[in-house]
Design a protein around this ligand. Structure first.
Ligand code: B12
Ligand code: SF4
Length: 511
């Protein structure tokens, strides 16, 4: 390991308080652990990460600066800090990875301050890229044969974007263990294990890559092309046990796009977890888990799975067909499944996307009204169902039916990287302000006002700060509006939620 060839890895701030283990960077650190010296700077744990980063770079020991970037708040640190680092250290190689970089490569590379993008999984490409640059320089592509250029890479050459071949998903069981101990020397791990609805020290764990489905609005699709591979149940259990025994983790939040793809794996894991006394949560598909046998659901619940997140999306079968390509989800199934979950005492957390584009404004509004009525039906069937409402915001999934429709309305993503951090686009990423031409303020208001009344009448169980008495008061306060279906200007409920209860909105905090 040479002294001036160190790697600085940066996780830009993504959460104000409930930050999680930086799994994306732990994965890339694991990939280079044997060959390169590295440090992680976590924007969630630093008051001023820029100073920390510049201090590291000023040592002259670092040749590589790698950042993980998802859309939204992470850009607020990723963009100015990358720009400054490039200005002050022109020889530094700046590499971005993560969903934003992979999905918006043109904008990222045209900025002029990012040298390479890791397109999808970085476990093989990242160490290979660092080796190549170390041996052949940053412009290795001028001198080495094309077949030696790493896969999963995007860079600019002669003003053109070059996409190297994309690998399939690597077997997660073959990837090296995360260097938790080394992270712990930099930032103490128990502080990463936050208090949530699931427990006092919740572990964020990622056990699989990709997803076998091709929903037309989803950013996972262009990266993994309908492929999915999961770590074995034994390996997940081994690592969870390590985090429990070493750092005191007492509950788990699975960050997989789709944890429940394999019934066999889920049940094996549940059996291993049976006596660990840990509550766990993950994301799944209704049409997948509806195929699970009753015994499997009972075992899962018994092992600690208390709540599962599902993309219910809408009660419109036509729309579901357009959105859920490759799936079989229907409105009738969404309702039936809510009742089935109640039978097993598992809370279904249903997320809905309202405000999808349609041919006329009347049709957009009609669909919003229908979805509101559908959500009310779900609540009547299983009142414990947690409802999360998003205002539809497009992702650039080129070639998808829905995205083509979106483009036809005149909608465009920013072309300049720095435009992504103006307030409007940040709100867009957080799905607060859709910036979508087919949605009028009246439509957005209707969705938001319904959401306020719904959350008032059915306060979320995931907010651990609200006492039962406060929940009861909020429910009483909202009952008349909910029953009369009167959602206009619910200022009194908003005031109560904001000022008194500091109500938590799961859809804005990521989960
Ligand atoms: C954890 C998480 C969060 C956490 C952040 C945790 C933290 N760091 O503190 C929180 C909850 C804050 C969050 C928020 C949001 N998130 Co988020 N998040 C995730 C999640 C569930 C897991 C990420 C993860 O750890 N993966 C595990 C690692 C191992 O995989 P990976 O990140 O893909 O990393 C691999 C490669 O991408 C690559 N790579 C990644 N980074 C880097 C960096 C370098 C240098 C290199 C070389 C390689 C590389 O190599 C890695 C190993 O192969 C993903 C979904 C998913 N399953 O990945 C969504 C996801 C990334 N989030 C997403 C979004 C949209 C958001 C939000 C912007 C919106 C929202 N409401 O959810 C908010 C922002 C709000 C906010 N306040 O910041 C989307 C991005 C979609 C898109 N359009 O691009 C995803 C894909 C979820 C989804 N399916 O929609 N999120
Ligand atoms: S099931 Fe979820 S992760 Fe899979 S493609 Fe659809 S939205 Fe994306």
């Amino acid at each position: 390991m040479s002294a001036n060839n160190k790697v600085l890895l940066f996780n830009p701030r993504s959460a104000n308080s409930k930050f999680r283990l930086p799994n994306s960077l732990l994965a890339v650190a694991a990939a280079i652990n044997q060959k390169f010296e590295w440090v992680i700077v976590d924007g969630n744990r630093e008051v001023n990460p820029e100073t920390t980063i510049l201090n590291y770079l000023n040592t002259g020991d670092f040749n590589f600066f790698g950042l993980t970037v998802m859309p939204g708040p992470q850009l607020k640190q990723a963009i100015p800090i990358s720009k400054k680092a490039k200005l002050l250290f022109p020889n530094l190689t700046i590499i971005w990875g993560g969903y934003f970089a992979s999905n918006q490569p043109e904008t990222v590379l045209n900025s002029g301050f990012v040298d390479f993008i890791i397109n999808g999984m970085g476990d093989v490409a990242f160490p290979q890229l660092l080796d190549l640059i170390t041996n052949s320089g940053k412009q290795f592509y001028n001198t080495i044969p094309a077949h030696q250029v790493p896969h999963n890479l995007i860079y600019k050459h002669q003003n053109e974007l070059v996409f190297t071949q994309k690998d399939g998903i690597y077997n997660p069981d073959d990837l090296p263990d995360f260097p938790y101990e080394k992270l712990h020397q930099l930032y103490d791990i128990p502080r990463y294990l936050g208090k949530t609805y699931l427990g006092n020290k919740t572990i964020a764990y990622h056990s699989s890559f990709g997803c076998p489905f091709t929903c037309s609005f989803c950013a996972v699709v262009p990266i993994y092309n309908a492929r999915w591979k999961g770590k074995s149940a034994q390996n997940i259990y081994r690592e969870i046990k390590f985090l429990k025994d070493t750092y005191g983790g007492d509950s788990i939040e699975f960050h997989d796009n789709n944890f429940f793809v394999s019934e066999k794996r889920t049940v094996e894991f549940a059996k291993l977890m049976m006596h660990e006394n840990m509550i766990w949560w993950g994301e799944g598909r209704i049409d997948t888990i509806d195929k699970y046998r009753d015994e499997s659901l009972a075992i899962i619940r018994k092992s600690g799975c208390k709540m599962i997140f599902f993309g219910a999306e809408t009660g419109n079968d036509e729309m579901l067909k357009q959105m859920d390509k490759g799936g079989t989800q229907s409105a009738a199934q969404i309702k039936k499944f809510a009742a089935r979950m109640a039978q097993f005492d598992i809370i279904p957390e249903y997320s809905f996307v309202l405000g999808t584009p349609a041919d006329t404004p009347e049709k957009v509004m009609e669909q919003i009204d229908k979805d509101i009525a559908f959500i009310r039906e779900i609540k009547a069937i299983n009142p414990a169902t947690e409802i999360i409402i998003y205002v539809y915001s497009p992702v650039p999934t080129k070639g998808s039916e829905l995205y083509e429709k979106v483009l036809s309305t005149g909608f465009r993503f920013p072309e300049k990287l720095e435009d992504w951090i103006n307030a409007d686009w940040e709100n867009f990423d957080l799905r607060k302000n859709p910036l979508t031409p087919w949605l009028t303020p009246k439509m957005v208001d209707k969705i938001k006002n319904f959401e306020t009344v719904l959350n008032g009448y059915y306060p979320t169980v995931t907010d651990i700060k609200i006492t039962p008495l406060q929940k009861k008061t909020m429910r009483l306060f909202s009952a008349l509006r909910y029953h009369r279906k009167f959602y206009h200007y619910p200022y009194e409920i908003k005031a109560l939620q904001k000022v008194w209860l500091k109500y938590r909105q799961p859809e804005q905090q990521g989960f």
